[in-house]
Design a protein around this ligand. Structure first.
Ligand code: FES
Ligand code: ZN
Ligand code: ZN
Length: 302
């Protein structure tokens, strides 16, 4: 492999294809954190003093994000939502807790079995839509925890591969509501906290390399319950395009943000379709009252 572009001394450990950048271990880690800081600044995600809640799953993205933000000196705490998916939840929780201990930062845990009285496997036996319901449940608890505990922003580990493939899927299906949400930072309002995706310009490969060099132990298993079939088709398509034309993902995504997103931006609140009412039981923003979580709670008790 070539020499590191930065020090020109050491052998390169990592080659970043779409930046055409060979870097040694030290300078790759430095590049990664600098690029992260620049992404935060570029999209005005949060200030250096912000109190940040990191949504932790135990996978590479959330742990890498937590580590890198912590190294940059931000005030961070983690939140893990325990979905009660048997071994999968047990193992991911353990991975997250071990990591938090090593990082010496607090990890909060919300268990949906305790909160709602139901687990995701329970929901699976009741509805085919359990997977998207699971996504909504996670968003509900992340938002509620962040707001109730005065965090300035909730950050998630979505990376460039995720953003580019869901952008492709949302475009092919013209899902305007989702497209309007695609921006890497969403403002607070109507009971929702500010949200940001600081890894949106990093590929899964770069994140894996950061995890490898920082010796981060993360969970590689995917949730055994999520039917991934369609999501994977778009991800594979994007990977194929990227392989044939390196830089496609970042161009597709950044050009969307630069050229197309401003069209939504003017009316983003309309497109975001944020619920206007509040649940009379839990106080969370909701389409109608009781909200979907309080309905589930009542069902669990029945
Ligand atoms: Fe929600 Fe698997 S993580 S269904
Ligand atoms: Zn170097
Ligand atoms: Zn409610």
């Amino acid at each position: 492999m070539a020499r590191c572009r930065k020090c020109r001394r050491k052998k390169a450990d990592v080659f970043i294809p779409h930046h055409r950048l060979p870097l040694c271990e030290e300078h790759f880690l430095e590049w990664f954190e600098e690029y992260l800081a620049r992404t935060v600044k570029k999209f005005k995600m949060f200030s250096p003093k912000a109190k940040i809640l990191v949504a932790i799953s135990g996978g590479k993205d959330s742990l890498v994000l937590w580590k890198a933000l912590n190294n940059l000196g931000y005030h961070t705490e983690g939140l893990f939502v325990d979905l009660g998916i048997e071994d999968f939840s047990l193992i991911s929780r353990r991975v997250a807790e071990n990591f938090a201990e090593e990082l010496d930062r607090p990890l909060h845990v919300v268990s949906i079995a305790k909160e709602i009285g139901l687990t995701i496997p329970d929901l699976k036996s009741r509805t085919k839509k359990y997977c998207s319901l699971c996504g909504s449940i996670k968003r509900y608890f992340f938002n509620r925890f962040a707001r109730q505990n005065n965090f300035d922003v909730l950050v998630t580990g979505h990376n460039l591969d995720d953003e580019a493939s869901s952008l492709l899927s949302n475009t092919i299906n013209w899902q305007l509501k989702y497209l309007a949400r695609k921006y890497p930072v969403l403002p607070e309002g109507n009971g929702f906290v500010r949200k940001a995706k600081p890894l949106c310009r990093f590929t899964a490969f770069e994140i894996k390399e950061y995890a490898r060099l920082q010796k981060i132990e993360y969970l590689t298993e995917r949730c055994p319950l999520s039917p991934e079939a369609t999501r994977l088709v778009y991800a594979e398509l994007m990977d194929e395009l990227e392989e044939k034309m390196p830089g496609t993902k970042i161009r597709f995504y950044m050009d969307y943000l630069r050229k197309v997103y401003p069209i939504f931006n003017k009316q983003v609140e309309d497109f975001l379709d944020r619920p206007l009412t509040q649940c009379e039981f839990c106080g969370e923003p909701a389409v109608s009252s009781p909200c979907f979580v309080c309905k589930l709670k009542a069902e669990a008790k029945a």
